[in-house]
Design a protein around this ligand. Structure first.
Ligand SMILES: [Zn+2]
Length: 104
């Protein structure tokens, strides 16, 4: 089954993975074209769009650091505190499986 990804800004189809930016808007994960993401960031939507793309390098690094911190906090303090630091990794994986996987 083929899933079609449509850009949240221009409503057109996103065909290529290198033209895909996954952004956090409020508490949902939204796909954009690379150019549309830049336009949306500059426009009036910038207040609600996350500055760091979820499928970007910065967010991936944050997810890795968060996971390491989660392990450390779980061992040193409590598992419940550690879970909070797993949030970036959770969002990263969610984006990978629900959005980025739709494009080869
Ligand atoms: Zn677009």
């Amino acid at each position: 089954m083929e899933r079609v990804l449509t850009c949240a800004h221009c409503q057109r189809r996103i065909n290529r993975r290198d033209d895909l930016v996954v952004a956090l808007v409020f508490f949902s994960i939204v796909p954009y074209h690379t150019g549309c993401y830049a336009r949306a960031l500059r426009g009036c939507q910038s207040a609600v769009i996350g500055n760091e793309p979820i499928n970007g390098v910065g967010f991936t690094v944050a997810a890795v650091i968060g996971t390491l911190t989660a392990i450390w906090v779980s061992v040193e303090f409590s598992v419940f505190m550690g879970i909070i630091f797993l949030l970036p990794a959770g969002i990263r994986l969610y984006s990978l499986y629900t959005i980025e996987r739709a494009i080869e």
